[in-house]
Design a protein around this ligand. Sequence first.
Ligand SMILES: NC(=O)c1ccc[n+]([C@@H]2O[C@H](COP(=O)([O-])OP(=O)(O)OC[C@H]3O[C@@H](n4cnc5c(N)ncnc54)[C@H](O)[C@@H]3O)[C@@H](O)[C@H]2O)c1
Ligand SMILES: [Zn+2]
Length: 365
Amino acid sequence: MEDLEHLTLPVTHPTGNYDVTIGYDLLGQVGKLSATEDHVALITDTNVGPLYAQQAAKQWENCVVITLPAGEAFKTLDSVRLAYEQMFAAGCDRQTTVVALGGGVINDLSGFVAATFMRGVRFVTCPTTLLSIVDASVGGKTGVDMPEGKNLVGAFKQPEAVIADLNLLKSLIKEEFACGMAEAIKHGLLSAKDVLPTLTQTDWGESLRNGFTADDRSAFMQLVHDVVAVKRDVVQRDPFEAGERALLNLGHTFGHAIEQVTNYDVRHGEGVAMGLVCAANVSYKLGFSTIDLQSVVEDMLKKVNLPVRLPRVDPEDVFNAMQQDKKKKGKKLRYILLKDFESAFIAENVPDDAILETIRDLQNW
Ligand SMILES: NC(=O)c1ccc[n+]([C@@H]2O[C@H](COP(=O)([O-])OP(=O)(O)OC[C@H]3O[C@@H](n4cnc5c(N)ncnc54)[C@H](O)[C@@H]3O)[C@@H](O)[C@H]2O)c1
Ligand SMILES: [Zn+2]
């Protein structure tokens, strides 16, 4: 396998370990890299499947391709049932490996299918969005949305391998690439400030689509590796979100609420970008950080085509939506704030006024 252009990031978890492989032209090598010889249920969606499923499936003699409708709206138990039904129809059993080929939605859904089909089968994930590479594919959280809220039913299911073929990102639309950059910048802010200048210095999505120079090709692979390593380190230290892992929600309390009140016109990564600015702004207002930190965060986000101001929304609506946030502990909402780069912390007792003021100040009108 020496001829493959890739980097490997080992992950340990409470019940074992696996490798995240990040590189180019890996799709045809998933079987070898994950020691998955046969009996595969390849779960993908209606956007990714037509582009890549055939190329992936042909490496196994016995592979059923299950194509689910694309998008967050279909991250449901109905889709899980569809997958089970097609697996039974194809004769899948306990020896089957579920291979996910898609973005975070397919990763989370397929992981849940793998955790539950016949009480659990092997799971391999091939993330195809930047967001799912740097965030969703590592950490073992899987599940589906319910009418009552996002990700409310699920299981921890660790993959046998994560294989990220960066070539597949070429077909990703610009906006989705940018969403992945929002999570990448978040990881950089949390504990990899050294990657931030390189991460935001060029439009990596554009260069990828237009054909990388040899230097850029390996630089991008290294960057993705370093950003995934942030998530790896956090989930290794806190696999079940007892403490530190909550820091990965930086920007998310605001972000989720903005997504919700705009009826999801704002994509997740865009909400996170706005949320990062909000977090920096509240941190400044409460005297934890400087206004310069907010400016630097904004500049980085702007460079990668992400929004840094909120759309026209009623601040009260956003505030109320935030109160539904899952991270609510007891009655008081906890916020992830910043003192500086690499020094995020969980803040209790943040005054409601400061939050409302930030939402008002950062509106785009
Ligand atoms: N498990 C976790 O720890 C974790 C962490 C972060 C996010 N998530 C979940 O991830 C989901 C968001 O993930 P996402 O942003 O990848 O969304 P997604 O899976 O919906 O993908 C975004 C869009 O891009 C399309 N797509 C995917 N790969 C493509 C490719 N290579 N070329 C062309 N189109 C492609 C998809 O069909 C979809 O339309 C959310 O459901 C979120 O809850 C999970
Ligand atoms: Zn996120």
